[in-house]
Design a protein around this ligand. Structure first.
Ligand SMILES: [Zn+2]
Length: 273
């Protein structure tokens, strides 16, 4: 199965990186020039005070002694962080950036090069449009059934495409959009989601994401946690990647379609328009 890291996987990476990064000084940053890297030299000489997550972004708070900066990281499709002293890890040609810390070295490996690393003034996301327009965190009190209904009503795009836009809610990608829509019995192509269905989708999103975080994300071929392990959520997928298999709820064969240019799997019997 091929997939890209979504909120649960990124949260998993955050939890693994935080104990090793909090309080560490960054001595130097080496990076190959690429479009999605910016401002990285500003990180040298700073101290990492915290590692947070917004949607699928990792945000490292950096203290320069005078100013507050943030290192914004997005894993893209294949990005992964590896500590140089990790067993079995040898830097290869796909290491795009390296952070030299006061007690170790952290590599950013990214085969497909869709990952982002940017150092910005704290909270200044003007150059990172998706982050600037990000919806509420799905597991926070800011995400409500009413808010989700209002956000979905603001557009006539299919509900699946809206979820992938990150605007109604942060961090949902192809996998968990399919899973949540299946769970809420909502057709991915629906352009109108009323209050009752929005409330079902709200609950489904929270349930699906919380369960995936508990299981440390889904298993991916091109994706690894910071320690090289894979998550264990794949066997729990009810819709994503399951086209042709019987729906767990009604037994009808799940169908693969395209919505907003993305592969989508749903149950034509119990996810009616
Ligand atoms: Zn069904």
């Amino acid at each position: 199965m091929v997939g890209v890291p979504e909120l649960p996987e990124v949260e998993s990476v955050r939890r693994q990186l935080l104990p090793r990064l909090a309080g560490r000084a960054i001595r130097a940053v080496d990076a190959v020039p690429q479009a999605r890297f910016s401002g990285l030299s500003r990180a040298a000489g700073t101290t990492i005070t915290d590692l947070r997550r917004r949607g699928k972004y990792l945000l490292a708070d950096l203290d320069t002694g005078q100013d507050a900066l943030e290192l914004v990281a997005h894993l893209g499709m294949t990005g992964a962080f590896r500590f140089r002293d990790e067993e079995g890890w040898e830097p290869d040609a796909y290491v795009r950036a390296t952070l030299v810390l006061d007690d170790g070295v952290l590599d950013f490996r990214d085969v497909r090069r869709f990952g982002r690393l940017s150092v910005v003034d704290a909270g200044d996301y003007a150059d990172i449009a998706t982050l600037a327009a990000l919806g509420p965190e799905p597991l926070s009190p800011a995400f409500t059934p009413e808010g989700l209904h209002a956000a979905l009503a603001a557009s006539r795009q299919p509900v699946k495409a809206q979820l992938l836009s990150q605007r109604p809610v942060a961090g949902v990608g192809n996998i968990y959009a399919d899973e949540a829509l299946w769970s809420a019995r909502i057709n991915p192509r629906s352009r109108r989601v009323g209050p009752e269905r929005a409330a079902r989708l709200w609950a489904a999103l929270r349930e699906v994401l919380a369960a995936a975080i508990d299981r440390e994300g889904t298993t991916f071929r091109d994706y690894q946690m910071v320690n090289g392990q894979s998550g264990r959520y794949a066997t729990h997928l009810a819709a994503y990647g399951q086209a042709g298999r019987p729906c767990r709820r009604c037994g009808a064969p799940l169908r693969a379609i395209t919505v907003g240019g993305r592969g989508t799997t749903y149950c034509p019997a119990c996810q009616r328009q």
